[in-house]
Design a protein around this ligand. Structure first.
Ligand code: DX5
Ligand code: ZN
Length: 215
């Protein structure tokens, strides 16, 4: 069983104070930060570039869990690796050389992850499971924070958990979108060990209550 991790998503934080948001994560005793990169094509929203990641890297020792929501992630993995990402996850839905890109992420010194949307079946990521450090099962349609958790994704988390055990693989199972006090335990029971929380973390009065669900 992987050490459970809570990875706050700075998409839900104050974009005028991103460095302070990382400091908040650190001061709550957490190690990971989830950074959502959006291109306005694969998802209908735009967020940060590699230059922003590099600027945040200068002032933080957190583990940068970088989620690329791009139509053409293979063209950007080098710049995000050079910016200081620790893990780069890429989506299975767009048409590009996925296996080669996962290999390239590792060759650049980062851990690699494969991501699939609520409407994408688990079998779409099966060919890559032997080559990744993390599988991210999106629990909302990507593009925006603050959406409602899609409970039908729970069966896909169980499927991944079963495959991981049967094939003695060691990838992390991450969930992302609408993860909060109510839905996090459901994901954990299904086999997830890595939990992205944007709204639930940055809007929480008492962050330790959410954190206590993961420790
Ligand atoms: C959505 C992003 C998620 C989002 C999660 O496209 O990938 O990481 O920030 O936000 P919450 O936890 O607010 O649903
Ligand atoms: Zn994300």
């Amino acid at each position: 069983m992987k050490e459970p991790v809570l990875a706050p998503s700075i998409l839900a934080s104050d974009h005028a104070q991103l460095a302070e948001s990382l400091q908040t994560i650190h001061s709550e005793g957490l190690q990971w930060v989830h950074i959502d990169i959006m291109d306005g094509h694969f998802v209908p929203n735009l967020t940060f570039g590699a230059q922003t990641v590099a600027a945040l890297r200068k002032n933080s020792d957190l583990f940068f869990d970088v989620h690329l929501m791009l139509d053409n992630p293979h063209e950007y993995v080098e710049s995000f690796a050079n910016a200081g990402s620790n893990l780069i996850s890429i989506h299975v839905e767009p048409d590009y050389p996925i296996a080669d890109t996962l290999k390239q992420i590792r060759e650049l010194g980062c851990k690699c992850g494969i991501v699939f949307n609520p409407g994408t079946e688990t079998k779409a990521v099966e060919p890559y499971l032997k080559f990744v450090d993390l599988v991210l099962a999106m629990t909302v349609q990507p593009g925006f924070g603050g959406q409602s958790f899609q409970h039908e994704v729970l069966h896909k988390i169980s499927e991944l958990h079963a495959i991981r055990s049967q094939q003695s693989l060691s990838f992390r199972i991450e969930v992302d979108g609408g993860v909060d006090m109510q839905t996090l335990p459901l994901c954990s029971e299904a086999g997830a060990d890595t939990f992205v929380a944007g709204t639930a973390f940055f809007r929480a009065e008492d962050k330790q209550t959410l954190i206590s669900l993961v420790s």
